[in-house]
Design a protein around this ligand. Structure first.
Ligand SMILES: CC(=O)SCCNC(=O)CCNC(=O)[C@H](O)C(C)(C)COP(=O)(O)OP(=O)(O)OC[C@H]1O[C@@H](n2cnc3c(N)ncnc32)[C@H](O)[C@@H]1OP(=O)(O)O
Ligand SMILES: CC(C)C(=O)C(=O)O
Ligand SMILES: [Mg+2]
Length: 513
């Protein structure tokens, strides 16, 4: 059985990960990733498949020469040329490993290798011996192990251990295994093979059924002590078991698994970002640990819980895996507590519950129109609300603008003045001009427009526009602001705000007016 509770993390992003169609990496890109993996304290880095191409040979060689803290490994078929090429690439490694493999399932032996099982055993033993002559650290993999016969696996494994293999890898090459069965297989191999205690048993799971991590965990529970995995779960077809999920599951459920890894988990997110930017494979937002939403909360009930006690909805901290912080995302599912708390952080205070409730109601209206509400939106929304709450002779009740190619824009506005509803219609040079002229028809303010400016508060076509309108009348100047996802409504709001400010000014100066 296992020697201790330490699980060796073998990263194969640079080999199996690179087998993802479209994920080819240059030598320098691989080197950058390898340095990050070393920084993260990965135990073994599979740097490539030295015989695959001159470029891959150079990558393995360069990584073997640059990395000193992790073992550097090259894959090779059970063939002389592959093994020798791997040995050559690794000759300057501080700690190198040759990883040789051959398929052991009936389907692979018969159709792909076109070899009899006895020939496969013979070639495996020969390959391990040849590799062992070049380097002491030899790993042997039984390709397609999860579809191989258990007795046959026991036979070949016993022989390759005798030949010098010190790591025996059991791959679920086609992602066919299910956890209980896979764990059982590992347990049986460890029990039945007489010299099993001379090697570390490893697993290498693919994600064709979405079970790669679950199968890997079942295997370590049964006694495997190396897991082969990749950053972001990159890899052939549906990918490999994801390193970040394996490592964080072992860490987070230490209570149950009683295992550990040597990984510096704070380097996980930087590694994920690097792999994503080098390969051009984006990380899905809901990806465990490294997805943008992995530590983000948008629902009011969750936000309230996290604000009161983080562990109500978080089983890890964002900082533990390399994020700066968790995130409260303001959106249509958010609640008052998160809304108030974010605004307090942004330096806003509410004088009363009524003020909070008014701002919150406007926030919900905005959230129905806009996917994500940013801090800038909140600030604009609160100043808009506070302005509206201050003094309001005029209130915009509704605005309807028709604007078509080749037609003169027409605006119909409904304005409440001192509690009474007034309606007006106007044409204009553009929809904004028409809207402001319609308002003027009702108010007849006799003020002149000194400035009209529009700002997109955030990026994106669903951004709120913030409009500033400066009016001048008899030497008095006021600046009205209005924000809305509809720029014409934002303009009307800003104009009405300016009219209210002008009116409040006049009231202060001449209370009898
Ligand atoms: C499960 C895995 O991920 S295995 C790794 C898969 N990764 C890769 O294949 C990426 C790199 N591969 C390559 O660059 C090329 O396939 C090479 C350089 C390795 C080989 O190229 P070629 O010599 O042109 O062979 P080709 O790829 O067409 O066919 C593979 C040959 O290897 C044989 N083979 C496959 N696996 C093994 C093995 N483990 N041991 C010995 N021979 C093997 C096949 O039977 C086939 O033999 P054949 O040519 O006598 O029919
Ligand atoms: C070469 C082996 C380990 C492999 O990648 C697989 O079987 O999936
Ligand atoms: Mg694989």
């Amino acid at each position: 059985m296992s020697k201790n509770n330490q699980v060796i993390i073998f990263d194969t992003t640079l080999r199996d990960g690179e087998q993802s169609p479209g994920a080819s990496m240059t030598r320098d890109e691989k080197l950058r990733i390898a340095k990050q993996l070393e920084k993260m304290r990965v135990d073994v880095i599979e740097a490539g498949f030295a015989i695959a191409s001159p470029g891959d040979f150079e990558s393995v060689k360069a990584i073997a020469e640059a990395v000193t803290e992790s073992t550097v490994c090259s894959l090779s078929r059970a063939l002389d040329a592959d093994i020798d090429r791997a040995g050559e690439a690794l000759k300057n490694a501080a700690s190198g490993r040759i990883h040789t493999f051959i398929a052991t399932s009936p389907i692979h032996m018969k159709y792909k290798l076109q070899m009899e099982p006895d020939q496969v055993v013979e070639q495996a033993v020969y390959a391990v011996k040849r590799a062992h002559n070049l380097i002491s650290d030899v790993e042997f993999s039984l390709e397609d192990a999860s579809r191989s016969d258990l007795d046959f696996m026991c036979r070949i494994i016993e022989k390759v251990i005798d030949a010098g293999a010190r790591t025996i890898n059991i791959p679920d090459t086609v992602g066919y295994a299910i956890p209980e069965e896979f764990g059982y297989t590992i347990g049986q191999l460890l029990q039945r093979i007489p010299n099993a205690d001379k090697a570390i048993f490893s697993v290498h799971c693919h994600n064709d059924l979405g079970l790669a991590v679950a199968n890997s965990l079942a295997a370590v529970t049964a006694g495997a002590r190396q897991v082969e995995c990749t950053i972001n779960g990159l890899g052939e077809r549906a990918g490999n078991a994801s390193l970040e999920e394996i490592v964080m599951a072992i860490r987070t459920r230490k209570d149950r698994l009683n295992l550990e890894t040597g990984i510096d988990t704070t380097q996980i997110v930087p590694a994920s970002r690097l792999v994503s930017s080098v390969t051009g494979f984006p990380v899905q937002p809901n990806k465990a640990i490294v997805g943008a939403n992995a530590f983000a909360h948008e629902s009011g009930i969750h936000q309230d819980g996290v604000l009161k006690h983080r562990e109500t909805y978080e089983i890890m901290t964002a900082q533990d895996v390399g994020w700066n912080t968790n995130r409260m995302v303001m959106g249509k599912h958010s609640g008052r507590n998160a809304f108030r708390s974010r605004l307090v952080e942004l330096g806003t205070t509410f004088k009363s519950d009524l003020e909070l409730n008014n701002a919150f109601a406007r926030f919900k209206e905005l959230a129905d129109k806009k996917h994500e509400i940013f801090d800038e939106d909140l600030i604009a929304l609160v100043s808009d609300t506070q302005a509206a709450d201050a003094y309001e002779k005029y209130k915009l009740s509704s605005l309807n603008v028709t604007s078509q190619t080749g037609e003169v824009p027409v605006a119909q506005v409904s304005l409440v003045v001192d509690g009474n509803e007034h309606k007006a219609q106007s044409e204009g040079g553009g929809p904004v001009d028409a809207a402001l002229k319609a308002i003027e028809k009702i108010v007849n303010s006799e003020s002149s427009l000194e400035l009209y400016s529009v700002n997109a508060i955030t990026s994106g076509t669903d951004s709120q526009g913030e409009v500033t309108v400066r009016l001048e009348k008899a030497g008095r100047i006021v600046n009205g602001v209005g924000a809305d996802t509809d720029i014409i409504i934002a303009s009307a709001k800003a104009y009405v705000h300016a009219l209210n400010l002008m009116d409040a000014n006049i009231q202060k100066a001449h209370p009898q007016v």
